[in-house]
Design a binder for this molecule. Sequence first.
Ligand code: ADP
Ligand code: ASP
Ligand code: MG
Length: 426
Amino acid sequence: MARIVMKFGGTSMAGTERIRRVANIVRKQQARGHEVAVVVSAMAGETDRLVNFCREANALYDPAEYDVVVASGEQVTSGLLALTLQALGCQARSWLGWQLPVNTIEAHAKARIDSIDAEALIASMQRGEIAVIPGFQGLSDEGRLTTLGRGGSDTSAVAVAAAIGADRCDIYTDVDGVYTTDPRIVAKARKQKAVTYEEMLELASVGAKVLQTRSVGLAMKEGVRVQVLSSFVGEDAIPADEHPGTMIVSEEEMNELVEKGDMERQHVTGIAHDKNEAKVILTRVPDKPGAVAHIFEPLAAASINVDMIIQNVGRDKGETDVTFTVPQADLARAQALLEDKREDIGFNRLITDSKVAKISVVGVGMKSHAGVASTMFKALADRAINIQAITTSEIKVSVLIDEDETELAVRVLHTAYGLDASDEAA
Ligand code: ADP
Ligand code: ASP
Ligand code: MG
């Protein structure tokens, strides 16, 4: 007998028919003698719809009230899945974020899970009940609802798996594993048998939304076995048993797979894109110590993550332009905060551009192999794609480009790094 967490994403939960399919997979998994907890997302598109309501109500929305609105999507699907399981003759009940509770800390709209009280949950699973938990939601220490940031149900699932000491955390989605890039953009993307925690963490953090970044970090820290797989397989199958997806593994496990000839080591593991960033340019900022701190302090205080930063070479008059990116969702707040500090910072113009995309190339092989960045710049130059900003880490190179060129850039790079599946395999 194993203890298994099964997480189902928005596409799998979109409508009563699909929820019935999910209920069947869960029922069969439990019937094999396992203890099962299920974590669910809101129906596909629902969270976007709720976010839009918040924006329409108040462009500078209060994150605490935003959480009240957007957490509702998962409440609906968890109740519906429990009802559907009951209709199939299973014992099932929902456990809302505040009921377990899932204790969270830090900012609303991007809260971090601190702990989960799992005693009652474990007792219920041991009685043979299927526990259905809405992903994405938690409880703040002030007793208010919180949410974990977009894609947060993955993190809920991994946190539940860690709290109940699960043997496995299966993340069911609409693709059958982690690919070399988004298979919806590149038809020749290749499914990976395994990806290391470190690589997955980096891929997720630069926009491969198949797993939320925090879920990977948490799985790595807690040693949770995570598998990404599809829920859209034959009606009678238990996907985890019959259609394995991609395992997220440690460096040691990966080395074993490579030695056995099950995996090939490549310099580049994957390519990701992110259209959710926005570029901000502040012109004619005084070129003196402390100026940059004045810009970023208010953003940090408001928990706005700044990603790429460029400070141009100073002009003659001791002035410089500072360019950086923030998440698009935070752009309105960032703009308001900076306008507020116009006097202190001393900039001239504030220019924003949301029509940008960040394209990143990731691979641990970069640590020992030179030339990955230059291959990227050359491949983009050959297609006349202009680079607006660059950042690098030990295992990643990212560039900022015009959003309209996203798909082209990803395809060109996928080919340039030799990642395309052969025509036969594709
Ligand atoms: P869910 O609703 O199940 O959480 P998401 O939409 O959050 O699903 O994540 C799955 C999507 O991630 C896929 O449909 C795919 O378009 C996208 N994706 C991006 N990069 C990758 C990748 N490298 N491998 C697989 N899927 C990817
Ligand atoms: N429903 C939330 C979102 O769309 C959380 C999730 O699905 O993971 O971001
Ligand atoms: Mg997701």
